[in-house]
Ligand binder design. Structure first.
Ligand code: SF4
Length: 371
């Protein structure tokens, strides 16, 4: 029987320091803990691989800061390769922080030699003041060097993350950042609107100086400008925050938005497998100590129309009437829901419905009206 192609997400819960805006789960990096963590990942993935029922067509190392652990990642991918758990052209991505890949000699070379074929560089901006505001550990030179080094190490599939709505960011500084990314021939850009999470240092700054932060309209303007710039430079938007040159869409993330199955390993990782959504507690020590990672169910009915449509409407491909009918929602019902949404936010065709760039800006309310 052919094995089922699913995805693997590995959460790497270590960072060299905390960025001012971040509330992701991570702990300070220590070599010994990283080594034990790697063994726990291999122990857990082995359990799935040994069933002989699955093979991974995408693998994604996210974090945290996976680029702090190139050697450990190489051991994990070697295990996957040697146990026949990878599909023939599996996409293997690693999130990389410019400060680590500049500091550690040949970290990128190690990753490339370990079958990693996609690198996502957390550039965030190529403006000094903006990076300082975000509390990043790199400066524009390091971000540029990271992109150049990724290419030198043999990566073709290079993505960069940027942020929109950073205090002090202007259309000009945004264009300079985007221009630099284009010069470095990145093939994929993720452009996220800066969200101020409660309890982070940036939330305290906003409390003290709210006037320093851009309003919603200013940030929306930057988003539309970024989308235009990227479109004019050959990047097609395929999701609210993601833009790619043809053929370089992130296959792993597309799996999430299309409700495909994936297994998440490591503290704070989420999974959708065997018709269930489940997550791993945010506890590195517990993960390392357990023979099998502890999980708890987060969603009883993930086949629900609302959840499927909510994820799929994030994509520019949107939802088709045929897909909706298969899930018990008629074309007329969908059109009636669409009539409650401002016309400029939706694209309605013969075959289905998708969000426009303005619709993406109001995604929460537009999607709620449609599901
Ligand atoms: S490196 Fe990434 S995960 Fe770590 S603190 Fe900064 S933003 Fe958060």
């Amino acid at each position: 029987m052919p094995r089922k192609e699913i995805s693997l997400y590995v959460h790497v819960p270590f960072c060299a320091g905390k960025c001012a805006y971040c509330d992701f789960y991570s702990i300070p990096y220590e070599r010994i803990t990283a080594d034990l963590y790697k063994s726990a990942v291999i122990r857990n993935v082995k359990r799935y691989v040994e069933t002989g029922q699955i093979v991974f067509d995408t693998v994604y190392f996210g974090g945290g800061t996976p680029s702090l652990l190139p050697g450990e990642i190489a051991e994990i991918t070697a295990f996957l390769r040697e146990s026949g758990a990878l599909s023939e052209n599996a996409e293997i991505s690693v999130e990389a922080n410019p400060s680590d890949i500049c500091a550690a000699e040949n970290a990128l070379g190690t990753l490339r030699g370990a079958s990693v074929n996609r690198v996502s560089v957390g550039a965030q901006s190529l403006n000094e003041g903006e990076l300082r505001f975000l509390g990043r550990r790199h400066d524009p030179k390091m971000a540029a060097a990271a992109l150049a080094n990724a290419r030198k190490a043999g990566f073709e599939n290079i993505s960069a993350d940027i942020m929109l709505g950073i205090p002090g960011q202007t259309a000009d500084s945004l264009y300079r950042t985007l221009g630099a990314l284009a010069e470095h021939r990145v093939v994929h850009v993720s452009a996220y609107i800066l969200k101020i999470e409660e309890g982070t240092p940036l939330a305290a700054v906003r409390l003290r100086s709210p006037e320093a932060f851009p309003g919603e309209d200013e940030t929306a303007e930057l988003y539309l400008r970024a989308a235009d710039f990227l479109g004019e430079n050959g990047f097609a938007q395929y999701e609210i925050s993601n833009f790619a040159k043809p053929g370089f869409e992130c296959a792993h993330n597309l799996k999430y938005w299309r409700c495909g199955e994936y297994i998440g390993l490591g503290p704070a990782a989420h999974s959708f497998y065997g018709k269930k959504r489940f997550a791993v507690p945010k506890d590195v020590e517990g993960f390392i100590a357990a023979l099998t990672q502890e999980t708890y169910v987060t969603e009883e009915n993930p086949a629900d129309f609302g959840e499927w449509a909510m994820l799929k409407l994030r994509l520019t491909e949107g939802i088709t009437f045929a897909e909706c009918e298969e899930r018990g929602v008629k074309r007329e019902t969908l059109l009636e829901r669409a009539s409650a949404v401002p016309r400029r936010c939706l694209r309605i065709s013969e075959t289905g419905v998708s969000l426009t760039a303005e619709g993406f800006l109001a995604a929460n309310s537009v999607i709620s009206a449609m599901i």
